[in-house]
Design a protein around this ligand. Structure first.
Ligand code: FES
Length: 255
């Protein structure tokens, strides 16, 4: 983990709720970053004391460009949205345990802003010669990131409103998929989506990894504020989303 300073290159709204923040870090100091890991980004705003955790939506080690998709949910994310290009930004990175990048055919299942780490994962799998299919569910157009559809060949969009992909939920896409044709499955999305996916995936024998979203105060194991219950080695234990995750074996996570 390092505390790196970068410069805002681009900070643009994608919708009223989501924006894309791109930060440039000198490439010679940017460490190797795996999909699913995250950064704690410092927010310079009155009354905001905690850094905010964001998964990487993309990292380019050659250019030093780091990309986040951020949903505006409060004062911290609202303040970051206002940063102009050229402004310095401080990031603790990389944090947490990321996805296992596998070859073969991968099914990526994203709900809402959960698409962010899966976009980076899809890029890395493809780079390694693997194939990806993405099932991408959003509530409405305000949560939809069009460049996901442009970046990958096989993306199926589900929306809860009509006029955007297929009408329905991510779960509809998952249920209508022949899971046995995939070597591994990756998920990231709201808890309700993950809970609903549990029974659908219970007979799937391959690797399933999930990136969990959690409130995080410190991001590196010090505050114990991000505990999640898992069933591992025949016992229930609590693990830290920030340090033991955010990526976990989906079959072990108790939702
Ligand atoms: Fe502090 Fe996980 S966020 S221990």
């Amino acid at each position: 983990m390092q505390d790196l300073k970068g410069l805002v290159v681009e900070n643009i709204p994608i919708t009223k709720e989501i924006y894309k923040l791109q930060v440039s870090v000198p490439e010679e100091i940017l460490p190797e970053i795996v999909p699913g890991s995250f950064a704690m980004v410092k927010v310079e705003a009155k009354g905001v004391f905690l850094r905010r955790p964001f998964s990487f939506a993309d990292v380019d080690l050659k250019t030093g460009l780091v990309t986040f998709y951020i949903k505006t949910v409060g004062q911290g994310t609202g303040a970051l949205r206002e940063l102009p290009p050229g402004r310095e930004i401080s990031m603790l990175l990389p944090l947490g345990r990321g996805f296992t990048v596998m070859s073969g055919k991968s099914l990526l299942v994203a709900g809402g802003i959960g698409i962010a780490p899966l976009k980076f994962l899809a890029k890395e799998i493809t780079k390694n010669g693997g194939e990806v299919r993405i099932i991408y569910g959003v509530k409405n157009a305000e949560m939809f990131i069009p460049e996901i559809v442009n970046a990958f060949e096989d993306v199926e969009v589900y929306a809860e409103v009509s006029g955007l992909g297929k009408r329905g939920l991510v779960l509809d896409g998952l249920k209508s998929t022949d899971l046995s044709t995939y070597n591994q499955i990756y998920l990231c999305g709201p808890e309700a989506m993950l809970k609903a996916a549990k029974p659908v995936l219970q007979n799937y024998s391959g690797l399933i990894e999930v990136s969990l979203e959690s409130f995080m105060a410190c991001g590196f194991g010090a505050c114990l504020g991000c505990a999640v219950k898992v069933f591992s080695n025949n016992e229930f234990v609590y693990k830290k989303v920030c340090q033991d995750g955010p990526v976990f074996n989906f079959k072990e996570v108790v939702l």
